[in-house]
Design a protein around this ligand. Structure first.
Ligand code: DAH
Length: 315
């Protein structure tokens, strides 16, 4: 008989004993009742304790750290790591943040206005086709570049100008282009946009910021050069190239195009409610994948989106 069963049978006997009360002289009944009640209370407490104990003995222990169903065999546990592009993206924004730039998040679904109109693309202009944009059936646009955020950034930080300061913000984001993928082109990749506006922003300042960025990112001094470019949202527009660092396999004189940039077009400032007679700005945008490929000596951009674990595990 278990402890619990024993206690329960004692309780039964006790209840039977109560009947004796009738056979006692009335003067003794009070005393007898009190004693019986005390015994009963203590028995009931013992029973409750024994019941609790029995219940806890019936529960099998659960390993709360088990990765799947409790008590299933655990295969070699593997911990995930940050995707290499996210690591680079954090590093990029960190470098700009150290220079005093704010960081803003971009959208992954945008519209015609932010993709083109706010950026001074003339209506029906062939430059709109140059961006190989995807469109949803509702005519939303997964952004083809992070420049779609420029208008929002200008509006969000306009108050800094009114308060006598400047706009300095970078916007990393995921972008999409409807083009055939090959070793250097992906339909999905990452860019980082930069926007700076003040009363006296110059191209010289911009090249200074960008040179400092590339030198910090690659951890060595670098030569940069520019060549003319065309973007409807900048005037003048340029492309920035860096000389491939010797430590990364450069033989001297290998120039790599890293980003597009320029002085923000007056119409872009105007559309965001900023007076281009008073304020001037520069902006740039470049691929993160490209930065990382050079840093790690990768020859095929498609690995990043491939989900190939043996590639991702190398980082
Ligand atoms: N959005 C351009 C692209 O993806 C790059 C670019 C050029 C960004 C000039 C800028 C800029 O902010 O001012 O090709």
């Amino acid at each position: 008989m278990s402890e619990l069963e024993k206690l329960k049978s004692e309780l039964k006997d006790l209840n039977a004993e109560y009947a004796k009360i009738k056979t006692l002289p009335p003067a003794e009944r009070g005393q007898f009742g009190r004693e019986m009640n005390a015994k009963k209370q203590s028995l009931l407490a013992d029973i409750a304790r024994a019941e609790e104990q029995a219940e806890s003995e019936n529960i099998s222990p659960i390993d709360i750290s088990a990765p799947s169903a409790p008590n299933q065999p655990i295969f070699s546990p593997k911990f995930g790591t940050k995707h290499p592009l996210m690591v680079e993206l954090d590093r990029v924004t960190e470098i700009y943040a150290d220079m005093g730039f704010d960081v803003m998040e971009s959208l992954q679904l945008d519209d015609e206005f932010h993709m083109f109109d706010s950026l001074n693309f003339p209506k029906e202009h062939p430059a709109r086709d140059g961006y190989d944009t995807f469109r949803t059936s509702e005519n939303f646009i997964p952004p083809a570049h992070t420049s779609t955020m420029q208008h929002r950034a200008l509006k969000k930080y306009k108050k800094c100008l009114e308060d006598g300061g400047q706009i300095a913000v970078v916007i990393p984001g995921r972008v999409f282009r409807n083009e055939d993928a090959d070793a250097t082109h992906e339909h999905t990749f990452y860019q980082c946009e930069g926007v700076f506006v003040s009363k006296n922003a110059t191209m010289g300042q911009m090249f200074g910021v960008l040179k400092r960025f590339f030198e910090t990112y690659y951890g060595q001094s670098l030569r940069i050069k520019t060549q003319p470019g065309y973007f409807p949202f900048t005037e003048p527009s340029a492309e920035l190239l860096i000389e491939k660092p010797k430590s990364l396999g450069g033989k001297g004189g290998d120039w790599l195009e890293m980003l597009g940039c320029g002085m923000i077009h007056p119409n872009v400032l105007k559309t965001a409610g900023i007076n281009p007679e008073i304020y001037h700005g520069f902006a740039w945008g470049g691929g993160i994948d490209r930065l990382a490929m050079l840093k790690y000596g990768l020859s095929d951009v498609r690995y990043f989106e491939s989900g190939k674990l043996d590639f991702l595990e190398e980082f």
